[in-house]
Design a protein around this ligand. Structure first.
Ligand SMILES: Cc1cc2nc3c(=O)[nH]c(=O)nc-3n(C[C@H](O)[C@H](O)[C@H](O)COP(=O)(O)OP(=O)(O)OC[C@H]3O[C@@H](n4cnc5c(N)ncnc54)[C@H](O)[C@@H]3O)c2cc1C
Ligand code: FES
Length: 511
């Protein structure tokens, strides 16, 4: 998405605006030299940066100023007002920066400034000579990029069992599956990017063992690679069904781009699909298949979709939303068998299906960590710097269980943004930055035209407060326990979500 040419709105900032029009702590959308520009004031300082988020094009003017940064309303990326740098995932690229002059009570935007030169190179002494990253997903890619962004000059090798360059996994159940996102949107970077940044990306390779004593990893082809610092970012794999017919060709799982391509090929020739599981993946897949006009039945054992994660009220809303789009639910039921034409439920019911998509959860890929002797606790145990029980080995993303500053619990989540931010923190800690991972978890989901943002983490709560109307798709839902706010979900209230994130961060920092 871009806001160029005729889409430009607000004043021409090269002509200047009165400083008095821009209150302290406020933002103004305008344009300069044919580009959308965000003007932001902090005390006597005024900044001008690109107004369009480099993740999916979110409108930064509708976001939130926090200190000398702005957060994007859509998926909470954060950019520095001083140099446009992406301070927080999911944005990976900076926004542009313009010179700002103040004269005679006016603020005038001048020429575009050269890109930031960010921090200086870390001192070579005490640095690892080589970093090996196992995993080319959200966490692995973010770590590799961060090492280079921080001017690390040693060897960076990223080993991925996936055959594709790191890609936008969340899109696989959303626009890409629905047929609304072209293939070129899916890779996070081109192969050239890794070459240009001297990141040795090896695709389609399986790491089979870690020799922690000799600091080496072993690949399935028998080759070995030494490392000084290691990041484990192997993610998770879908839980497989163990019922008759589960291995038939029309039974599909969705984790990788290859899975998604195969699923798309299948649904293009399908009339009716059964989705097993009413979690986020199942529900997003159902919504995307409806866009393709495939009839969808969802089978799940719970009575209300997503009740455990978002409560009965939001769960019931999601059910109604899907029913309004023609989805049929079979809740409180399990699939006991699958054949070429149908699935059989434990209720005795049979549903026709020429495609079956299984989304019954994932399992963290901890086998390598286990084999290497790292401490395991329903995931790989890490400290608040994301280091595992073995010095020099870090873990990030879906596999990592870390001490969450907000809840005071050790938690493991399966969120894209958390995985990226952990990859970034782990990379900086390999360079001796001593950074605590204290980000408040964030995830989002999109189903049809409804977007839900969720900040915090609530594994249980004793109070749910709803401000606004869920059915009007305009609400803030707060989950608390023992009088403490744990998480906040919002539907189409992006600013409220950002404010809740900042509030929860303050609570976490104070603990
Ligand atoms: C379809 C789908 C939609 C999603 N939508 C959302 C969403 O809307 N919002 C959200 O917050 N989250 C979403 N998620 C979750 C999010 O994608 C994950 O939390 C995130 O990808 C985790 O990142 P990761 O780096 O830990 O693992 P991954 O991204 O899974 O990457 C793991 C990498 O490790 C590699 N690997 C594994 N084992 C080995 C080995 N032995 N040797 C070499 N390489 C290995 C894999 O090939 C892969 O490259 C979605 C997930 C899926 C599948
Ligand atoms: S569009 Fe800005 S974070 Fe996604």
């Amino acid at each position: 998405m871009s806001e160029q040419g005729s889409n430009l709105s607000g004043p021409d900032l090269t002509q200047g605006i009165e400083l008095s029009q821009l209150a302290d702590g406020s933002m103004q959308l305008g344009h300069a030299h044919g580009e959308a520009v965000l003007l932001a004031r902090r005390g006597n300082e005024v900044f001008a940066i690109g107004a369009t988020c480099t993740h999916y094009g979110g409108p930064l003017a509708e976001g939130l100023l926090v200190g000398d940064s702005v957060r994007c309303p859509w998926h909470h990326a954060c950019f520095s007002l001083r140099n446009g740098e992406p301070l927080r995932a999911p944005a990976l690229n900076p926004v542009a920066c313009w010179r700002v002059d103040q004269r005679d009570g006016k603020v005038v935007v001048g020429e575009r400034l050269p890109g930031a030169t960010s921090t200086s190179a870390p001192p070579a002494s005490g640095m690892p000579r080589s970093v090996v990253i196992i995993g080319g997903g959200a966490a692995g890619n973010a770590a590799a990029e961060t090492l280079r962004r921080e001017h690390y000059r040693g060897l960076v090798m990223m080993l991925s069992s996936d055959g594709s360059v790191p890609y936008d996994r969340p899109n696989l159940s959303k626009n890409y599956l629905a047929g609304n996102a072209p293939e070129e949107w899916i890779p996070l970077r081109s192969s050239d990017f890794y070459r240009e940044h001297d990141i040795d990306l090896k695709l389609g390779v399986e790491v089979t063992a870690i020799d922690a004593r000799n600091r080496q990893v072993q690949l399935a082809d028998g080759s070995r690679h030494g490392y000084d610092a290691l990041l484990l970012a192997t993610g998770a794999e879908p839980v497989r069904l163990a019922i008759p017919g589960a291995d038939l060709a029309h039974v599909r799982y969705l984790r990788t781009l290859a899975d998604c391509r195969a699923l798309i090929a299948k649904v293009q020739a399908s009339r009716q699909a059964v989705v097993i599981g009413a979690g986020f993946i199942g529900l997003e897949v159902a919504a995307s298949l409806r866009v393709r006009n495939v009839d969808v039945h969802i089978v799940a054992p719970e009575k209300i979709p997503m009740e455990k994660v978002m409560g009965a009220e939001v769960g019931s809303f999601l059910r109604r939303l899907h029913e309004q789009h023609g989805v049929t639910f079979h809740l409180g039921a399990s699939v006991t068998a699958i054949d070429e034409r149908s699935v059989t439920l434990d209720t005795g019911e049979s549903i026709d299906a020429d495609c079956v998509v299984v989304g019954v959860g994932v399992r963290p890929l901890t086998a390598l960590a286990q084999q290497a002797g790292l401490a395991i606790d329903r995931g790989v145990s890490v400290d608040d710097h994301l280091q595992t029980s073995v010095a020099g080995i870090y873990a990030a993303g879906d596999i990592a269980r870390w001490p969450d500053a907000l809840s005071g619990q050790r938690i493991r989540v399966e969120h894209w943004v958390v995985a990226e931010r952990q990859g970034q923190t782990a990379a900086r800690n390999m360079l001796g930055r001593g950074e605590r991972f204290d980000a408040v978890p964030f995830f989002w989901t999109e189903q049809y035209d409804v977007a839900i943002a969720y900040v915090g983490h609530a594994e249980g709560w004793d109070r749910v407060e709803i401000d606004g109307e869920i059915d009007a798709r305009d609400c803030t839902v707060t989950y608390s326990r023992d009088g403490r706010k744990q998480a906040v979900a919002t539907i189409h209230r992006d600013l409220a979500s950002l404010r809740a994130e900042v509030e929860l961060e303050r609570v976490a920092t104070a603990r």
